[in-house]
Design a binder for this molecule. Sequence first.
Ligand code: ADP
Ligand code: MG
Length: 700
Amino acid sequence: MALHTLQTPIEYLKGVGPQRAELLKKELGIFIFNDLLHYYPFRYIDRTRFYKIRELHEELPAVQVIGRITAKEIIGEKRSKRLVARFKDETGSIELVWFQGIRWIDKIVQPGLVFIAFGKPNSFNNNISIVHPELELYNPKTKKTGNLMLQPVYSSTEKLKQYSLDSKGIQRLTAELMPLVTSETEETLPDYILVKHKLTGRTNALINIHFPAGTAELEAARRRLKFEELFAIQLKLLKNKLLRTQKFKGLIFEKVGDKFNTFYSEKLPFALTNAQKRVVKEIRQDTQRGTQMNRLLQGDVGSGKTVVALMSMLLALDNGFQACMMAPTEILAQQHYQSLLNLLGKDYVRIGLLTGSTSRKKRNQLLAELENGQLDILVGTHALIEDTVKFKNLGLAVIDEQHRFGVEQRAKLWKKNHIPPHVLVMTATPIPRTLAMTLYGDLDVSVINELPAGRKPINTIHFYENQRLRMFGLMRQEIAKGRQVYIVYPLIKESEKLDLLHLEAGIEAISREFPLPDYRISIVHGKLKPADKEFEMQRFVKGETQIMVATTVIEVGVNVPNASVMVIENAERFGLSQLHQLRGRVGRGAEQSYCILMSGNKLSREARIRLETMVRSSDGFEISEIDLQLRGPGDIEGTQQSGVLNLKLADLASDQQLLQEARQTVIGIFEEDPELTLEKNKRLYSFFRQGKGITWDKIS
Ligand code: ADP
Ligand code: MG
């Protein structure tokens, strides 16, 4: 095949050349024509209509207005010196303001002249103004044709701008590019899918995304390209799932044996919720089928995922296999280890703990026992996936708090047995449906949608700094009842020193307010050695201290049912899922619990929404949806390794419907044609050829 124009190095596009090519590569990752073709505008300036002055308000983006200059003056001194012109149409008047280039603007802006002014309306003291508008002398003849369009805006960088590659410069390049490549852009989706989902052709979509013929055409282009993005991810995910179930034999846990039964009838200290029972049953069915299980277990904080994991591991043991459980932090791994020991006792199951701080000697012993089969269950951090860790016969791997582990880490566990072990992945907090479908789209999903009986909803209160005394009051009241209190400080890497100062000041204030000998305080933060951390935690767990002051190290997994108050300092600095996680540390006993969100008086809009959401809702699934809307997937843990961030247009918060449509389409395709051998599905192979930056392929 001849080299396609699309593969031409960007240097050879008219208007680029070696120097700019270098910059385009470095700054935007544009190497060849095809890259530029897929460098989409991030928004469009609406030049399709003219606004009347009466219609202007602050919420509008940049708009264009036709009006007459009626007056102007230069006011202010030095840095506040500005030229202000009155700009009027038949519906009202606004101010146009310039701080720079005054002398030059002064010559152009003459009372009596009619201009098209273009810019974003601001509001100051109820007066609307536009600062530094673009001006164009109004010519009645061009009004109808001239500027009537959606102008693409491309993001650029300072360096590129120095070489005239601002948004307009990039637009000039795409204008050069389009005529050269549109004959080569191939359709990727089968015709019958285009028809069924009313999608426009790919070439047409690419043209209109850069040069929209109108609003409707742009919308159609965006929809088509979004669909394709979502479709590509789903195709790969579901293909992997298919491969897995078809090609790999799965271990068979044929029976329920003594270990499971004894635990269930003699050791389990509570009745399982219906949701827990259902999930155990699902896992039981999965592991009998003869195909490998890959299941995601979603459940809100405190919904009781650990015991489900434990029972699944016992199932593995009953069938002569080993099991392991991987947690993202040392503390959490220790907690799991402890709670497994507590639940099981030492007599019939041998459990080991392996983390980064396990001594070499202990470690060697563990590894030996693991390999000769003396050890039944290994709990640990990602130390578990190191190559030196070899099992005799690993049957089930449980991964807790999955969203901290990447897809590739998950895949590494598969290799710990000659037939891949069953895998149960548990999330710390619920994740939005769309994200689950893309991050874990190759997994089956179980949901625990029910909390154990008898839990009282946690009372969440937001206090401003000046209400701190009320917070102290509540703490005192609860401690007097024999309860315990967490106080959590944020820790943000960029200013670790500052955070530590905050923490120290906080500790001092708390110690003054809650002095010895009546009150005792545990202090836990990231700078402590693991052993010291553990010691402090244990004091709190045993009830020797009533207050635990901590940075977010306690975020995941700590379980102290007697704790009834969670105070979160600088709550405005935490993300929603973190707040929800932290709140989940209390409310584990039968008594009323409280979560107190302390914040400064000044809150950003987003912070306010976060705190309001926490006060209003205790539903982890709802909270996760709002989190996604506020932050986008980029900041949500776990997305970095997925294909989600390669999405250029699709938005997991707002494109739920389209994602659902794409996924259903792919499911339908594989049901009818699992090997993709039908003529009508031929084009689908193009998706497996591209796959830039998506790592799914490595798994299977
Ligand atoms: P998470 O789903 O957040 O990991 P855990 O597994 O840590 O939750 O369980 C939270 C607490 O609820 C633990 O103390 C656990 O023993 C308890 N628990 C779990 N299931 C039940 C149940 N069915 N009835 C009563 N308490 C339960
Ligand atoms: Mg847990």
